[in-house]
Design a protein around this ligand. Sequence first.
Ligand code: HEM
Length: 409
Amino acid sequence: MSLLDRFSFFDREVMQDPYPYYAEMRERAPLLWNAPLQAYLVTRYEDVAHALKNPALFSSASPRLGGQPIDAIGTILGGPASPALINTDPPLHTRLRAIVSRAFTPKQISELEPRVRALARELVSGMVRAEEFDFMEGLATPLPVILIAEMLGIEPGRRHDFKRWSDALISVASAGGPGPEARRDAREMHAYMTGIAEERRQRPQGDLISLLVQGSEEQRLTPEEVNSFALLLLLAGNETATNLIGNALHALLTHPEQYDGLTRNPSDCGAAIEEALRYESPVVSALRRTTRPVELSGGSVPEDTMLVLVLSSANRDPRKFPEPDRFDIQRAPQGVLSFGQGIHYCLGAPLARIEAPLALQALVEQCPRLDFAARQPARPDYPPSFGVRGMRSLWLRRGPPASNPPSQA
Ligand code: HEM
């Protein structure tokens, strides 16, 4: 059986290290039909970038997989919902994006920096009190959730609910799809956000939701649109950033000389995050539907066909990135597709580019020596998914002494 026949996004073994499979696809079948998803997998950089840049040919609206609708928000709520920004095409996308961009200007995001830095330091201090700790639980998970909750103006007391809701939404892209509990969680969040939107419309505060429900009719979101956007922020902005921070640290600790380098030059944390985005993309794929017959390097695709654009593969295409399987924080890669490209380019990228480097920086400053704990499996357990890539836990220990360098995982 060839690698191509064995490949499945839902196979735990395959998804521990899917990169040899992607390499085989790029060489032998850059357009590969995937029967379970009823979609073509597109794996070459050039094809993936082409599709992302041409929304008229490659639509983001009404995506389906395995013949079923996969609009996360609609799917999980069990009925039609206002489509999330990410699942819209122009002209609706143009209108929605203009409104929500008001809350994500470079100035607004850079103003968050002191808060992000303080929060990262506080979380690291708490976490490293123990000699052994779970990095995902101590830093990578709470940092993005707290920040998004603060941006949305959610009471701190609801933060644990927030995390639960976010997990429910993410489960849409996992094997088996959302279970009844996940659906209940999502409905609970929907009800909560509708209440908040109404409250902020009547009594605006300084938060993002207030900004989105203000303005003239064309310039503000309807309550349903606010709901979809808040759900999307949770879906798009939480687990992704958590996974970026976790994947980056894992890559650094398996290349301990590069972690050491950061302890001497913490200002390289931004560069480390850029390379980690390429090397272990937190978002595995983006979905598109063809609006007419199209040609890709692997052949022709009929109209109204689903494509899974495998960002994780495009980022390891040797035609674009020489020696793609080598992790090197000095690489300064250009054109990495982990945040997408074109009109749907990640709205939260500037935020992720603040929170992830500052998380790493807080860690290297307070923990110059760090290693995997004995209980951390040598190969991390990545839950299989075509959507996101990240570890549930990452057990570390402070130390060891300088004479005993951290071992390779
Ligand atoms: C490492 C972290 C992140 C990664 C890897 C990531 C990745 C992506 C990707 C690949 C897309 C494009 C999807 C497509 O073209 O179909 C996207 C869109 C989006 N992301 Fe992110 N994201 C991250 C963090 C965030 C954060 C922190 C937020 C918000 C706080 C956010 C909000 C969004 C939104 C709203 C969109 C939709 C934009 C549109 O459709 O116009 N993301 N993201």
